[in-house]
Ligand binder design. Structure first.
Ligand SMILES: C[S@@+](CC[C@H](N)C(=O)[O-])C[C@H]1O[C@@H](n2cnc3c(N)ncnc32)[C@H](O)[C@@H]1O
Length: 346
């Protein structure tokens, strides 16, 4: 068995992160991630966080992207593609934050190689340390990491992935905020230079589309992307946006979560809508709870579209959602994980 530490390149080696004043979060691998019998992960996941790191919602799993969306999506992928999942070797997550999504993938998909990226050096270094610290056998996985925009850290590496996951932000960066401020890069995006199809631009999918354009050259033959997208826009707009950049797309998972960072995120969508984007929508968490209650995980495009349409009368526009949030109501949103594959050329 290879020793992961021997395989770390200079760029992969956690450096300096240990000197920072770190906060930490502890969650149970079983109950937080909903995994019956974790075999690769330590029972308690201890994650240390740097200032710019997206905060896992350890005390509030209903708000957490990995608990509510990423981990269920990896289970859905394994369920939908048992043969591909059994031979999945190289997994990558873009914008890993604390590294919790990589840990969930390590448990559910058991890839030989896990690659992570994020925008800030300290975040990536700490995510590497978090992954190594929470695997029962850190030498069972080869870890690679890169710092920078989307997949560009791996440009020239020759790395090709069987599965690439992303849960990237959507909201345009306000003029008075920098992506280096605190957790700003988890919610906001700077303007992009790529040609973004108009529908995707209208619905603020710019960063997901920029990712798809890059991912095309980083996938192994038969490889797929999993894009985790907050469902504040119609599902058909997501699917059409993928088609506009020549990806075949299916909904792998349709879930919901309580809106985290509610003031900033709902306010960001309200602002974007006044500038002509959208329209966007949210829901009362109690309506989502009732609509999804008792149902098995929604794991197909057909079921997701049917549930979205059943929820149509419960939609709340961003300005009203912000008022309700400020009045103490709990606001939620749906989330879709789109499985995309580059359409065959020619
Ligand atoms: C919503 S957070 C998700 C974090 C983690 N994947 C999770 O699900 O808990 C989005 C992450 O994407 C990162 N990010 C934003 N823009 C990025 C970009 N252009 N390239 C790489 N990562 C980016 C952020 O820094 C942040 O860690």
């Amino acid at each position: 068995m290879s020793d992961a530490a021997d395989l770390l390149t200079a760029d992969d080696s956690p450096a300096g992160a240990f000197a920072l004043d770190l906060a930490s979060v502890e969650v149970s691998a079983k109950t937080f991630l909903g995994l019956a019998q974790p075999s690769c992960l330590t029972d308690t996941l201890r994650l240390r966080l740097t200032d710019q790191c997206y905060l896992p919602k350890g005390q509030a799993p209903m708000q957490d992207w990995v608990a509510r969306v990423a981990c269920p999506a990896f289970l859905a992928y394994r369920h939908a593609h048992p043969e591909a999942a059994a031979v999945l070797k190289r997994f990558c997550t873009i914008g890993t934050g604390a590294g919790l999504d990589a840990l969930a993938a390590a448990e559910v998909l058991k890839p030989a190689v896990i690659a992570i990226t994020d925008l800030h050096r300290a975040v990536v270094d700490q995510a590497m340390a978090n992954i190594l610290a929470n695997l029962k056998r850190p030498d069972s996985v080869i870890l690679r990491s890169g710092v920078g925009d989307l997949l560009t850290p791996f440009d020239g590496s020759g790395l090709r992935f069987d599965l690439i996951y992303e849960n990237l932000p959507n909201i345009p960066l306000p003029a008075d905020v920098s992506l280096d401020d605190g957790q700003a890069s988890s919610s906001f995006i700077a303007p992009r230079g790529e040609a973004i199809p108009p529908l995707a631009r209208d619905y603020l999918l710019d960063l997901h589309i920029a990712f798809l354009l890059q991912a095309r050259r980083c996938l192994s033959p038969g490889g797929a992307v999993l894009c985790s997208i907050g469902g504040r826009l119609p599902l058909r707009a997501m699917l059409r946006s993928f088609a506009a950049v020549d990806y075949r797309a299916e909904i792998l998972l349709y879930s919901w979560k309580i809106q985290s960072e509610a003031e900033e995120v709902i306010g960001g969508y309200a602002e974007a809508q006044t500038r002509g984007h959208g329209p966007f929508h949210f829901y009362l968490a109690e309506d989502l709870d009732a609509a999804f209650a008792g149902a098995a995980p929604i794991r197909s495009t057909r079921e997701a579209l049917a549930l979205e349409s059943a929820l149509a009368s419960k939609r709340i526009d961003p300005a009203s959602a912000l008022k309700l949030h400020r009045a103490g109501r709990t606001i939620g949103h749906t989330a879709a994980v789109i499985e995309g594959r580059p359409a065959a050329v020619g």
